[in-house]
Design a protein. Structure first.
Length: 409
């Protein structure tokens, strides 16, 4: 009888470990929407490869093998789970160019390869990872690639499939840097900035639109997760947003649980960097120091406000995470989100957001030494990619079945 799989984490009874898959030097992870296949990028920078792991059989398809100087990252799936895409960055002199590879399950050769004139992703924190810059349209016949920080402007690159034709859409020079992008079911493309502002926040583009059709100026974050009803905008320290039809709703604070979590993390800290960082987190929570400035144009700033101003169709709430993250995925009707140390299930019942801690790496306390380096979900299946050693040469893909009944729905 095979031994039961184990992980070095605390688990909520609702998180039932199904399997562990050993993967050498794994870096990125994305589950297909049906939960049947895990797309995993592995290998050192310059020697990356894309593998498709069929979870039911253990079969591994070398979908994009390393052919030398391959710097792929951040995979994405089409909604029907038929197509995958990865982004690659290459230097031409000092210019950063992009190559987008698109393939199909069961197809030996890539479906198309598109070259874009710019490729640049940014994050506020050097320890954080960006969300995937690639978003498939609902039909899976085109991709939207976001570009941020290129020549001090942002852009959306629209890629047709399967011909690989590229249409470049450079945004207005006052438009803030883009940190996330995603399509809704009706084909509207949403983009998110890390700041609120007149040319920041959450903007949306109907199909073919060259300018935003609207903007929620006080909705900001590092990843956008479409849901069955509306979407989530997540990843900012302290604040997150649920965007769905409805009236203005008062901001929901969470000082007590945020303080409780920070105290627990501080108790684990032994390294001086972690101790000092968490001491500053505790001070910010205790004195309510966090302030977000309001962008006026690309480089101008106006008065800040805390908490964010309520808006029709959007609700803001506080949470326990205190540093930037892009680890989030739709989990059934809910969303799974992680800061690299803990993993939560967030559930919106229309009146409030419930946050349940599913996984906790009790041997870690900050993003500096976080072992969880990838998160994905499909239906009630949660997948985590984590490091067994500090350097990441040994990594594991762990699969968890989430029991909603054990979470109270």
């Amino acid at each position: 009888m095979a031994p039961r799989p184990k992980v070095p984490f605390w688990l909520h009874p609702a998180a039932k470990l199904r399997a562990n898959i050993e993967i050498a030097q794994g870096t990125d992870l994305a589950l297909s929407p049906d939960g049947a296949v895990a797309a995993v990028i592995r290998g050192p920078w310059g020697q990356r490869r894309l593998e498709l792991h069929t979870l039911a059989t253990g079969a591994v398809e070398d979908a994009l093998p390393n052919v030398g100087n391959l710097n792929i990252e951040l995979p994405a799936w089409s909604r029907d789970g038929r197509r995958w895409a990865v982004a690659e960055m290459r230097f031409e002199g000092e210019a950063r160019r992009g190559i987008i590879h698109v393939g199909e399950r069961g197809r030996a050769e890539p479906l198309c390869t598109a070259q874009v004139s710019h490729y640049c992703l940014i994050m506020r924190n050097s320890l954080a990872r960006p969300s995937t810059p690639l978003a498939f349209s609902p039909e899976g016949d085109r991709l939207a690639l976001r570009v941020s920080g290129a020549d001090d402007r942002s852009a959306l690159m629209h890629i047709s499939i399967p011909d690989g034709a590229v249409r470049e859409q450079w945004l207005h020079e006052d438009e803030s840097d883009l940190y996330a992008n995603a399509f809704s079911d009706d084909g509207t493309l949403y983009t998110a900035s890390a700041d609120p502002g007149d040319s920041a926040g959450l903007a949306w583009y109907p199909p073919g639109a060259g300018e935003p059709a609207g903007r929620l100026r006080w909705v900001f974050g590092f990843t956008v997760i479409p849901a069955r009803r509306g979407l989530w905008v997540l990843g900012s320290p302290r604040y997150a947003f649920r965007v769905a039809p409805g009236p203005e709703t008062p901001f929901v604070p969470a000082v007590a649980p945020a303080m409780e979590r920070a105290v627990a993390l501080r108790a684990r800290a032994s390294a001086q960097w972690d101790q000092r960082y968490l001491d500053s987190v505790l001070e910010r929570i205790a004195t309510n120091q966090t302030t977000y400035n309001y962008r006026v144009g690309r480089s101008g700033w106006g008065a800040g406000t805390v908490p964010p101003t309520p808006a029709e169709g959007a609700r803001g709430f506080e949470h326990e995470m205190q540093w930037e993250t892009s680890f989030a995925a739709r989990l059934g009707d809910d969303v799974a989100v992680s800061d690299g140390v803990g993993v939560w299930r967030w559930r919106d019942d229309g009146a409030s957001v419930t946050r349940d801690l599913l996984v906790d790496d009790t041997q870690r306390c900050t993003h500096r030494g976080a072992r969880i380096i990838g998160l994905s979900a499909a239906g009630e299946l949660l997948a985590l990619l984590w490091k067994k050693d500090a350097g990441g040469s040994r990594t594991v893909l762990s699969l968890f079945d989430i029991d909603r009944a054990a979470l109270g729905g």
